[in-house]
Design a protein around this ligand. Sequence first.
Ligand SMILES: [Zn+2]
Length: 263
Amino acid sequence: MEVIVRLSVFFGILIGMLVWEAWRPTRRLQLQRLQRWTVNLGLALFNILVMRISVGAAAWQASIWAAEQSVGIFNVLILPSWLSIAGSLLLLDLAIYAQHVAAHRWRWFWRLHQVHHTDIDFDTTTAVRFHPMEIMLSMAYKVVLVLLLGAQPMAVIMFEVILNGCALFNHGNVSLPGGWEKRLRYLLVTPDMHRIHHSARPIETDSNYGFSLSCWDRLFKTYTSQAQLPQTEMTIGLNGFREPNELGFFGLLALPFRRLRLR
Ligand SMILES: [Zn+2]
């Protein structure tokens, strides 16, 4: 059930974003779509398979166990259900922001996370380009969070759906009209805001870490409102990785174990 809800929302938003990108793309892509999509969607599929045979629903199962055993803050506090769900969603989003900051600051973690940033272009498929070890690590982190918070199973599903939906949206090669962009950015991370995080300028890469809510970057002073170059001209990716041929499926799987390149 949990999987069906997640996958149908995921594919619905993915298709919507692909149509939007084809209709009104923000940037001209550097590489052939087929070349990048095979790699990005290949990694996504591989990650789904790896998670299926390992710990795919671990966070969800942890939330059921925590509720049965009365483990975690929201299972101990007797709050209205809507309030504990809202609290869990907010705190989980903050925790994912913190994880993303750590992924950029800790060298060993960057080895995994750089796979996501080596994409030379930026479109909705970039949202699923992750090394399987980073996905597994994220799941372990989420299990710990769910147990600490005592997040309800409903909150866990909602969190996953919102996070995946926001990631597909904010990696889109699309831009909202000026007024809407500004208004939405007060609340959510927009494609123009997150594209700055994929700029090859290190000072810009190391900013705008949020995935869903945009408030954490403002609050913790990691916010960049505008890149140095216009959105259509800035270089996407990492300076050390400009050769698409070394960024194939197997190249990316091996990347964390190779010598670290300066950014
Ligand atoms: Zn990042």
